[in-house]
Write a protein that binds this ligand. Structure first.
Ligand SMILES: [Zn+2]
Length: 125
């Protein structure tokens, strides 16, 4: 399959379902966050996809703001004992980050596929 073909899947669908950014059928991850070597459906290589710390950064920044605002609102309107904060917010942070990390990483891979240098892209044989 030619790298210059237009993707058949939207960026949002590829991100939400963690699928291949070109065909939308093949799985992107092998495990929780490990990217597969290539798409099993269309043969697109994911070897050039390196998101680095990008997904963690784009989750951490809004998560910090959301958590701080919610903790302040809880404190102002309910004034719970401190142990309630110590139980609620670590669980909230872990769950929020855990559920959003894969789609955000898939979105970054899809963005790299659409806008990266064509020279880096290769098909898996
Ligand atoms: Zn594919």
């Amino acid at each position: 399959m030619n790298q210059n073909q237009k993707p058949r899947v939207s960026l949002l669908a590829a991100a939400l379902f963690c699928r291949c950014p070109r065909c939308g059928r093949g799985r992107l991850f092998d495990g929780y966050l490990k990217i597969r070597p290539g798409c099993e459906a269309c043969g697109l290589s994911f070897a050039g996809s390196d998101t680095g710390d990008g997904p963690a950064f784009f989750i951490m920044m809004p998560l910090c703001i959301i958590t701080a605002v919610l903790a302040l609102l809880l404190e102002v309107f309910a004034t719970p004992p401190m142990w309630v904060h110590l139980v609620i917010w670590p669980v909230f942070i872990v769950l929020f980050a855990g559920f959003t990390l894969r789609p955000v990483k898939a979105a970054m891979v899809a963005l790299q596929y659409r806008f990266r240098d064509v020279e880096k892209a290769e098909d898996v044989v």
